[in-house]
Design a protein around this ligand. Sequence first.
Ligand SMILES: NC(=O)c1ccc[n+]([C@@H]2O[C@H](COP(=O)([O-])OP(=O)(O)OC[C@H]3O[C@@H](n4cnc5c(N)ncnc54)[C@H](OP(=O)(O)O)[C@@H]3O)[C@@H](O)[C@H]2O)c1
Length: 245
Amino acid sequence: MTLRDHTILVTGGSSGIGFALAQGLLARGNRVIVCGRGEEALAHAQATEPALITRVCDVTNAESRRALVEWIAAEHPDLSVVFNNAGVQSRRSFTGDHALDGLEQEVAINFTAPVQLIGELLPLLRRQERAVIVNVTSGLAFAPMADVPVYCATKAALHSFTLSLRHQLRHTAVKVVELAPPIVDTALGGDTRSDGTKSAGMMSPEAFATEALTLLDEGRDEVLIGQAIGTRQHGEALFQRMNGS
Ligand SMILES: NC(=O)c1ccc[n+]([C@@H]2O[C@H](COP(=O)([O-])OP(=O)(O)OC[C@H]3O[C@@H](n4cnc5c(N)ncnc54)[C@H](OP(=O)(O)O)[C@@H]3O)[C@@H](O)[C@H]2O)c1
């Protein structure tokens, strides 16, 4: 199924990869709902793309998520595609004192919330003739960068969950896709990105979205882009090369 003329939810669609995907999806004639926690970022996204439908939602908050799901069921009952894209990345040193700061939140945003949202949206998705769930993992799901250890573990967990979910839904009309980006120049991880000097070699969110949407249209189960192809192929064999001694 090609991603045209659908009603689509992109979590974390107010900035970065999610916003670039939302723009690409709008250009293909879809109705696109984006959610995020920050009202300002959502307002900015809508000012840039007036056709976007925006909704404040913290996907880790059960009440906020329930409100989103109920609103979609009432206002957009034809929702047929979900991108579980919202994510955060924290550096953690287990040789220091702050290794556990914000741990639950990182796990909740990157792993628990997508699982919960899928569970809550599946009754609606299963009513559609065809539907797609796209889980955004990372090339780091397959070979971790040691300075963002929990981030990589949450992406590995989402990869694993995606395999099982795809298997469980194989006889339904709901397709389950994994989208694994390479390093993309966004605000993810805070201080290492988007400063013009450290972004060399990174893909732009727009270039990423263009390639991702083209490959998604081909109906693949896994859409791997850039470095994610190598980490998927070689997995932990790349660990030393990526992390040094
Ligand atoms: N950039 C990369 O190099 C890269 C590589 C591989 C994979 N990825 C994955 O791509 C996805 C998008 O990342 P990005 O690089 O575009 O990062 P980003 O620019 O920081 O965007 C993250 C988005 O997620 C939203 N978000 C965060 N926590 C949320 C929550 N609890 N509820 C709802 N929305 C939330 C943010 O909005 P608010 O803060 O306003 O909520 C923001 O819109 C993530 O899953 C990331 O792991 C990125």
